[in-house]
Design a protein around this ligand. Structure first.
Ligand code: SIN
Length: 180
């Protein structure tokens, strides 16, 4: 997939999971943005960040969902840093995620061509849906090299709330995990 570049060599990356609140990348501009036709779901396994190879955690991916909209944060990465950032993102998102090109809606009708990492159904780490209470217990009990799975969920829920971005799936799971 060709990374959509601006004239100055910079590119936009859309974060909808940990990239919202823990981007760990240089950016010259950022904006809240929306991606139509996709939903954020805790349906991807994590063997390397929030779980272990024999006990994967659950992290988010995007799934196609007709009338849905997924809110997140878009960052414009400066051209001189682009190759280094792409290599770091490829490594960070290596557990089943591929690069995709999407069009985002930002403030005042602005449209952004952006890169997004998403883990498609059927990838080797795919877990798919499960009843909410089962997912909540799974997340509550998982941990990996990057920390507790529940912190990944709760930090994401807090970040979405702070940005005013609704997400019933994330907030329902966070509510269930906080109650455990
Ligand atoms: C993202 O945040 O955009 C990808 C999923 C993740 O790393 O949590």
């Amino acid at each position: 997939m060709t990374v959509p570049r601006q004239d100055d060599g910079s590119f936009w990356i859309f974060g909808y999971g940990s990239l919202i609140h823990r981007p760990d990348l240089p950016w010259v501009e950022r904006t809240v943005a929306r991606l139509d036709g996709w939903s954020r779901r805790f349906w991807q396994g994590s063997h390397d960040h929030r779980g272990l190879p024999h006990a994967p955690g659950r992290v988010v991916t995007l799934v196609r969902d007709g009338g849905a909209t997924c809110g997140g944060m878009a960052y414009r990465v400066p051209g001189p840093a682009a190759e280094q950032v792409l290599a770091a993102l490829d490594h960070r998102e290596k557990n089943g995620y591929d690069r995709h090109r999407v069009t985002l809606d930002a403030h005042l009708g602005r449209r952004l061509e952006a890169l997004v990492y998403l883990a498609p159904p059927g990838n080797p780490a795919w877990l798919g849906p499960a009843p909410p209470e089962v997912m909540a217990r799974h997340i509550h009990g998982s941990a990996g090299p990057s920390g507790h799975n529940r912190d990944y969920l709760l930090e994401l829920a807090d970040a979405l709330e702070a940005l005013g971005l609704p997400d019933d799936h994330v907030h329902d799971l966070a509510h269930r995990v906080r109650a455990l």
